[in-house]
Write a protein of this length. Structure first.
Lengths: 252, 207
């Protein structure tokens, strides 16, 4: 009996010992798993193959969000009493670096798959039919704020410039070197506005003078400010944050 | 000789480990996302998080969410269709849960027969399943507050969903801590989560 136990190795240990070994092994494996994922989290993230998978998943999420997007579903609108005051400033730079755009020399350039490529002056843009919305701005960081914006429906503007609305993207270049792009269904959404007014006043510099594209169906960073040029295209224009890893579609 | 009793079906073992991996990724990346706007005034240490920065954490979170949801769906469909959930987690009465919890605090809760869950375990497992469902639902509202507005109406819209998501995460993390502590206290349960079998120590019969 004893010899047999000795021969089969593990059986020689009392049951309690086995339990202790199991516990130690478990704690060890638990520790190394934690160490791998948590302590060297950056290393795991930096692996090229891991990066490829994450980017592929982000592209997949772009597609899924496109399918989930219902062109007729409206973002909730709020009463004046719910407006966040003061409305937070947010950009890729601090507030003292806000660009000042000269309203007199300003021209909005339009190009790509459009019929009319003539640049627009501010008085011309201000004369377009005005729609107002009080909606929630949701930042990719998590916080949200409710604001009031007024301007022309972007679908209306796209129609006026004879845009090919079967194209895939609209790209934006801003006076502060920011750039981004959106999908055509969102561009045509009834709550997507090219806004020139904020809280019934001319859009202040910190909120994007002279204009901000306001989309309550997209995260805050997708809403370009200080827009200087826009173009309609089928080739993916990317974006300032999007090219660094933020999800391109980023829809609400 | 001790009998080997099968306690964890293969589907449960596989989904358990995928779930553990998915939750680890979701929590670690979620903490980094929370750090971008720490609405409770504290931050999780960066070394405990996944993703390196906000964009990286979001990529991890929105990739691992598919694993968590798909795996959870497989588990729930299997558990309901096979009767596994009903067999293991019911019946359950509040009185039995309170009784078992009291016994556990006194260190008197017996769990010799690993094939049967006591009331405290049943409550904990049902609770963590409910929390994970809540995490997925509130997560959908945070991801797409406009498209999933109908779900958000039941949780105070976008801002309400943020708090719910955080509290449900806290509940899951507490569950995991207690769960792991229990495995450390009763180590012979650990290998059974791989093999599915356990040496029954209480059903020893005279030869």
């Amino acid at each position: 009996m004893k010899a047999k136990s000795m021969g089969s190795g593990l059986d020689a240990f009392p049951r309690k010992e086995i339990a202790n070994i199991e516990r130690r092994l478990f704690m060890k494996s638990g520790l190394s798993m934690g160490a791998l994922t948590l302590l060297s989290g950056c290393d795991v993230t930096d692996q090229e193959s891991v990066q490829k998978v994450l980017w592929a998943m982000s592209h997949w999420n772009d597609k899924v969000q496109g399918w989930l997007f219902d062109p007729s579903r409206l973002a909730p609108e709020f009463p004046e009493s719910r407006i966040t005051r003061p409305f937070p400033f947010n950009a890729y730079y601090s507030i003292d670096k806000v660009r000042i755009v000269d309203p007199n020399s300003y021209r909005l350039e339009v190009s790509g798959l459009v019929r009319e490529t003539r640049p627009w002056t501010l008085p011309e843009l201000y004369a377009l039919p005005r729609t107002t919305q009080i909606t929630r701005h949701i930042c990719v960081e998590g916080w949200s704020a409710i604001g009031k914006w007024s301007g022309v429906r972007f679908s209306d503007f796209l129609q006026r410039i004879g845009a090919d609305t079967t194209a895939k993207y609209v790209g934006f270049k801003c006076a502060d070197e920011y750039y981004t792009s959106i999908d055509m269904p969102t561009a045509l959404h009834p709550q997507t506005l090219l806004t020139f007014w904020f809280a019934d006043e001319v859009l202040p510099a910190q909120y994007g003078f002279p204009m901000k594209l306001r989309m309550p169906t997209k995260l805050g960073f997708k809403n370009p400010k200080h827009i200087a040029a826009l173009w309609v295209t089928n080739s993916y224009p990317g974006g300032y944050w999007e090219d660094q890893g933020y999800n391109w579609y980023s829809g609400s | 000789m001790a009998d080997h009793v099968k306690i964890h079906p293969l589907v449960v073992r596989i989904t358990h480990w995928i779930n553990a991996f998915a939750i680890l990724m979701m929590v670690a990346s979620g903490w980094r996302i929370y750090n971008a706007d720490p609405f409770f005034g504290f931050r999780f240490p960066d070394e405990w998080t996944l993703g390196g920065w906000l964009a990286g954490a979001l990529q991890w979170h929105f990739a691992a969410m598919w694993l968590l949801a798909a795996n959870g769906l497989v588990y729930l469909v299997y558990g309901l269709a096979s009767g596994h959930l009903r067999r293991k987690l019911t019946p359950l009465s509040p009185r039995a849960v309170l009784h078992d919890l009291r016994q556990a605090v006194r260190g008197r809760l017996a769990h010799d027969d690993l094939t049967v869950y006591n009331a405290a375990q049943r409550a904990a497992y049902i609770g963590v399943i409910a929390l994970l469902v809540l995490l997925v639902l509130s997560g959908l509202v945070l991801w797409k507050p406009v498209q999933f507005h109908a779900i958000g109406m039941f949780m105070g819209d976008y801002e309400g969903a943020r708090y719910l998501h955080f509290f449900a995460m806290t509940g899951v993390v507490l569950f995991v801590l207690v769960h792991v502590l229990m495995v450390v206290l009763v180590p012979r349960t650990f290998p059974s989560m791989f093999t599915g079998r356990i040496k029954s120590m209480t059903t020893r019969r005279p030869a």
